[in-house]
Design a protein around this ligand. Sequence first.
Ligand code: FAD
Length: 380
Amino acid sequence: MLDFGLTQEQEEIRRLARKFADHELAPRAPYYDKTGEFPWEHFKKMAELGFTGMMLPPEHGGLGADTLTHAIVIEEIARGSAVMAVMLEVHNTLACESINRFGTLEQKKKYLPKLASGEYLGAFALTEPNSGSDASGMCTTAVLQGDSYVLNGSKCFITSGGQAHLYLVMARTNKEAGTKGISAFLVEKGTPGFSFGQPEEKMGLTASHTTDLILDDCRIPRENLVGREGEGFKMALTVLDGGRLGIGAQAVGITQAAFEAAVKYSRERVQFGQPIANFQAIQWMLAEMSTDLDAARMLLYHAAWLKDQGRPMTTEAARAKLFASTMAVKHTAKAVQIHGGYGYIKEYNVERFMREAKATEIYEGTSEIQKLVIARNILK
Ligand SMILES: Cc1cc2nc3c(=O)[nH]c(=O)nc-3n(C[C@H](O)[C@H](O)[C@H](O)COP(=O)(O)OP(=O)(O)OC[C@H]3O[C@@H](n4cnc5c(N)ncnc54)[C@H](O)[C@@H]3O)c2cc1C
């Protein structure tokens, strides 16, 4: 049976997230874009609204929300601030979910309530300077010494680096075992031997700090291993399926914001004695934007629904992310075009949407990697 309706609860949470995005996130987004200041005020507010750790079960402080509801929240948050959307998405789908799905009861009790309440911000560290798309090529090592693991190496491009309190770090425990030699560890900020690079100067998402992590004889308790030794790579791929839905939702939210700005501007801007919305060239752009937005949402919600049914969704998540991020790059550029010269001016926001959209084609697996995942499934 096909049912395209959202539940009353999902509609309510969408309204709540939208109100927050419209009243608090969107008005401050240009400030954060300009200053690169880390938006702690907004993270704390998202925690108050129950969005941090929202998919965690209530016994660990979460709302027990499903993947579809989470996608809706990320989409609405991204409409107001792409920065807050990626921060929340990484926190919820990569950090919280990893511990909730693969952690010990002790790890869950120790960390999940703090992550859910917003006392802790979580981060996920897979990428290294020489291993991005091919994450299996990582060099960071973790060696068991008595009751501790000693970590050495470096990670790069880590979202919320230096600001987050807890990092899920992938490191090699067996050099010979390929992907089965990678394990996952929880590393707290402040652990001796654990430091951060300066935030990267990026094209967009400036207030989402992206840094290197440096692990220099960083000693962590043995009980900070998540899952068993050798399971880290599989774990990372599993949570990244959910993460791709989060990035797909972010792409939809950014595009929706650009679309709304384009519709408004095209009604207001008068040239040749009439609003530019009267010109077919503009109407076609708006029609294409709204059609692709709908298509992206369908792919996204369907993949989220599959996940909520406990069904395989790796290919569907890859398709949703691929389509939504490609759309975001294409249509945020169209929103700039519809604004003409004003589109190139920061005051109108659409140039920021265009800069922010580009990241969705890169992180949590580039578009080429999404195509590789989809094609592998076709040809298996
Ligand atoms: C803003 C931002 C935030 C990020 N946050 C995080 C984070 O929190 N945690 C984390 O671990 N990482 C994070 N990343 C890293 C991100 O996931 C990687 O940048 C991404 O996976 C690509 O890796 P790479 O940059 O090394 O590119 P490469 O893997 O070197 O790719 C370069 C180019 O080659 C292409 N390519 C590579 N392999 C293939 C192939 N087999 N077939 C076809 N084409 C291929 C790629 O698609 C790309 O176009 C972040 C990155 C950015 C920009």
